[in-house]
Design a protein around this ligand. Structure first.
Ligand code: HEC
Length: 134
């Protein structure tokens, strides 16, 4: 049995309790929005939360978006540019990607620093922005 499969078994049996002391807020959000008994195929980095992604390199934009940014950008809550809405993202992206990324890292008005994803790398935030803005 692989390490990943054991993790998934423990996660399912233990209800994700105390699997990882390092569980982040974002992972908890991801858990909450995931189906309870999701089958995780080895090598699929889109499941089993950070336990997989931390060893499998940066998360994709879609993963970060679904786990963290969708809370606001999924609906355009609080005046945030709605994901995949070209009209909302166009004027923002025209400032230049680096500027928009810097605003995402530092926060902007109601947009919290790093969009609340404290453990997201610059690259992962960039991936999420690219995913949302197209
Ligand atoms: C709590 C709600 C909330 C969450 C969560 C959130 N955002 Fe935002 N975001 C906003 C709001 C509101 C704005 C609009 C800010 C403004 O222009 O006043 C915004 C704007 C942005 C912008 C545009 C910045 C610019 O220069 O115009 C980017 C990029 C962005 N968010 C990225 C992200 C990413 C990436 C995530 C997830 C890691 C995320 N946001 C999560 C609320 C949120």
């Amino acid at each position: 049995m692989t390490k990943l499969m054991k993790f998934v078994m423990v996660a399912l049996l233990g209800g994700m309790v105390s699997v990882s002391m390092a569980a982040t807020k974002e992972e908890k959000i991801a858990e909450r929005i995931q189906p309870v008994a999701k089958v995780c195929v080895e090598g699929d980095t889109s499941c089993a939360g950070g336990a997989v992604s931390s060893s499998a390199g940066p998360r994709t934009g879609e993963q970060v978006f679904n786990a963290v940014c969708a809370g606001c950008h999924g609906t355009g809550a609080m005046g945030s540019p709605k994901a995949h809405d070209a009209g909302a993202w166009g004027p923002r992206m025209s400032k230049g990607f680096d500027k928009v990324l810097a605003n995402a890292i530092n926060g902007l008005n109601m947009m919290p620093p790093k969009g609340t994803c404290a453990d997201c790398s610059k690259e992962e935030l960039g991936n999420a922005i690219k995913f949302m803005s197209k």
